[in-house]
Design a protein around this ligand. Structure first.
Ligand SMILES: [Zn+2]
Length: 71
């Protein structure tokens, strides 16, 4: 079953919902419809820690992918 993560802009909370078809998603806390679909997967940890152990992959820039500095 498809589980999607949403963010409610009204009460500033993230929540996961099962979405069936074209069912409208409402926030379970405030029942508001001002929700934004998040692109993160269900396995994503919301504590803000990244799983990358290498840190920056490029010595020329701070980005993890070097699409900006051309390395
Ligand atoms: Zn809400």
């Amino acid at each position: 079953m498809p589980i999607f993560e949403y963010h409610c802009s009204k009460c500033d909370k993230d929540f996961e919902v099962l979405v069936f078809g074209k069912e409208k998603v409402a926030c379970p806390t405030c029942n508001g419809k001002k929700v934004k679909k998040l692109l993160s997967t269900v396995s994503y940890k919301s504590d803000g820690e990244f799983t990358s152990s290498q840190g920056s992959a490029c010595s020329g820039c701070s980005a993890t992918s070097c699409s900006t500095c051309g390395h």
